[in-house]
Design a protein around this ligand. Sequence first.
Ligand code: ADP
Ligand code: MG
Length: 729
Amino acid sequence: MAEFRFNAMQEVLNRKTVEVVREENLISDYYGMMVFDQAKMKKYLSKEAFKAVTDAIGKGTTIDRKMADQVAQGMKAWAIENGATHYTHWFHPLTDGTAEKHDAFIVHGADGSVIESFSGSLLAQQEPDASSFPSGGIRQTFEARGYTAWDPTSPAFISETTLTIPTIFISYTGEALDYKTPLLRALTAVDKAATSVCQYFDKNVSSVHTNLGWEQEYFLIDEALYMARPDLVLTGRTLMGHASSKDQQLDDHYFSSIPTRANRYMQDVENEAYKLGIPIKTRHNEVAPNQFEFAPIYEECNLANDHNQLIMDIMQKVARRHKFRVVFHEKPFAGINGSGKHNNWSLATNTGVNLYSPGKNPKSNLQFLTFVINTLKAVHDSQDLLRASILTAPNSHRLGANEAPPSILSVFLGTEVSKMLDLMEEAVVDRKMTPDEKTALKLNIGRIPEIILDNTDRNRTSPFAFTGNRFEFRAVGSSANNASAMIVLNTVMTKQLNNFKTAVDALIEKDVKKDEAIFQVLKELIIESKPIRFNGDGYSDDWVKEAAKRGLTNVNSVPESLSAYMRPESKALFASIGIFNESELSGRVEVEYEKFIMKIQIEARVLGDIAINHIVPTAVQYQTMLLENVKNLKEVFSADEFKKLAGARIELIKEIGGHITAIKAKVKEMVEARKKANVIDEIIEKSEVYDKTVRPYLDDIRFHIDKLELIVDNEKWPLPKYRELLFVR
Ligand code: ADP
Ligand code: MG
């Protein structure tokens, strides 16, 4: 067994770097070459068809069948010219990752030959065999079929030899079975709500779109070492492994020079990304050894999220060329940093104003503050829902660990914006303000300094931080589909903006001047949302205590966190804003519970296997060796000398025996716990039982294995150790 481990290391040492050839010298020469973008549409579509598509993108109008046929013809012509032989509808089911089913363009011609064909109906709609995608019972209740429908707001592209068409995935009766459908709904909702609030400040605003810039963290592990770790292969994380004597203590990996092999890999990924129009901008080392990050220039949220899903796929494919495996798990290695996916989020108007950028005058600054304060209130009121949107089995290992924000939602504003909010809270009075008071307040509001933009008081420990011109939702997990967080964030923001508008309008009805009405409502929101504001160290123990005092919730259990979705007020919220009807919501939440159960179940099985089939036999072998040694000593030496010589060894034999016994007993108990949990039908109860009775064994058993790793002869240990996984390159 140990041979496998040593051979793997030898293989790594013999690796050669893969040369990467860029398509062209300048990125701009091949950027987007595989995307059916506006320029290509213009070339390949009739004027009418081009207008139909651009209207659909810009104004949300529908494309009729005749136009769809024309678009399909143009798309096909372009795709075939660029080497495509197949097409697929590409969608985001509720599993991790994306789904696609490739069909060839060919159909039978009249004489039995084949011709390339693609029609508007094939572009617009496809019916994959949906029965194997999770729906949480929606399809059983309604209709077994699901279909995919074209999302013209995200351009089609060619992936290898397949024309890939981004689509939504819905049941026959229109229920969303994916992430994209509700995301599009939430983006439309927040557009409407934000636009009407912007009307207070600028009548020219007719639409507001959401921007998303994700930062994707990941680990790169050599393929040979990865393959020698069944736990990494099957669960995405190491279920055992003693900490390496050196890991990230010296902080010598963060932003240091990227190892050549990894650098080549990144260039290769970027090359592929650029062809698909994914604007990757940044690559760097992260804190933990072998941990890295990619970040693009932000884009419209739906497109940005498609691009994130796409790049995760590209990253995995390209990794194979370089003999790496990408690990997206939120906490693949205990004791060192896990990976997140910071979601940089902002709202921007059709007039080109970022609503989270301080303006140049009091009026635009008041608009900026309006959006900041409403965001605070939304996060404050919906902290549980926001947490539910990001807390998954893997992410629960990361949140609350020493390098990640705890499972408490809080918002960092920085000193300047905080000061401004304090000032508004003080200056606004309940009675009608005097002209002088108003002028003074407006003057102050106009003074938000430019320094916010390059503010240095960045807080890296906040789960939700204002970073100068956007909010950064940092608690999102690295393996997640961003849509989960973006659906909830945009929904709760919509609700809050609607409430704000209603409150301001009510005051205006009562003859309060518009600006004064806005001041008054904002003041209330500042006061009500105060507990969520926190500029201090989010990783400290003090904060956990302080947050409890403030009445903020702190939940690390996935089943408990998910229950927030099913509260009556959540159901009402999602239904009233048109994001999920009740069956869509409960179906989706059921899928989340199922995923949680499955993940723990798989981990428990894998750990049981490795413990019994790899670790225990190895430990027994080593123990036998020691026993032999003791026997030999006894033969050779006098009783007195033997006592002196064998004492420590006998202790070690006992210690190993103790761990072996404990592992065997605990694995048995864990299997029993699983058996009990598996007979429970009710999914929420089952997930809670898994959480409380199965999951703890993972750490318990690991403890003994990690102890054995320190004792057993290195020559015999079967699994690559942390120091090898993280440092042999
Ligand atoms: P840092 O690691 O310092 O947070 P990065 O440069 O790694 O910064 O990533 C910042 C991300 O935020 C990038 O994807 C960037 O495009 C995005 N971003 C910048 N401005 C905005 C904005 N107004 N709205 C949304 N995302 C933004
Ligand atoms: Mg960031």
